[in-house]
Design a protein around this ligand. Structure first.
Ligand code: ZN
Length: 176
């Protein structure tokens, strides 16, 4: 089912998400909700806390990644980032923080492992957009948002906007 995207100010975005057994029926349900919600938003990647589930799961739509297996979607359960290489510094956005795009320093390429819904561990590696998505989504599982990683000057400039966004979210008004 398509779920409401949790917005900046929602406490679930700041929690450390729990590991989940892929055999737990809840895992399949969270994955399906992520797929439905990602598709509805025509977005690139989505983490479980962004739809209110504090579990270590994210998905990536590989259609936009040139050298990826053309399979929709890529499912990462209990992901573990293993290796980082190089740097990239490009603008990022987040469905949970609408209309804000800021440059974030990330590793240029990553290697990780994660479980799929069968419980099998699979290894992945990728660079550029894929590597950014993995780092951004994995941060969501630790309660970290991309605005935590921008320069202090940029963060100061956004302070007012973010404060308003957070208070609006808390009042239950849909700002996105
Ligand atoms: Zn995000």
């Amino acid at each position: 089912m398509i779920q409401k995207i949790r917005l900046f100010g929602d406490e679930v975005l700041r929690k450390t998400a729990e590991p989940i057994s892929p055999e737990d029926p809840k895992a399949a349900q969270v994955v399906q909700d992520l797929i439905d919600t990602l598709g509805a938003n025509e977005e690139f990647a989505l983490a479980a806390p962004q739809i209110g589930h504090s579990y270590r799961i994210f998905i990536i739509n590989p259609i936009w990644i040139e050298d990826a297996e053309k399979r929709y979607p890529m499912i990462f359960i209990n992901p573990e980032l293993l290796e980082f290489e190089g740097d990239q510094f490009v603008p990022e956005g987040c469905l949970s923080i609408p209309e804000i795009y800021e440059k974030v320093k990330r590793a240029q390429s990553v290697k990780l492992r994660a479980q799929d819904l069968s419980g099998a561990w699979k290894k992945y590696s990728g660079k550029e957009l894929f590597a950014r998505a993995v780092q951004h989504e994995n941060d969501h599982l630790d309660g970290i948002l991309f605005i935590d990683k921008i320069s202090p000057i940029r963060r100061r400039l956004l302070h007012g906007k973010l404060k308003i966004m957070a208070s609006t979210t808390k009042n239950g008004v849909n700002v996105g």
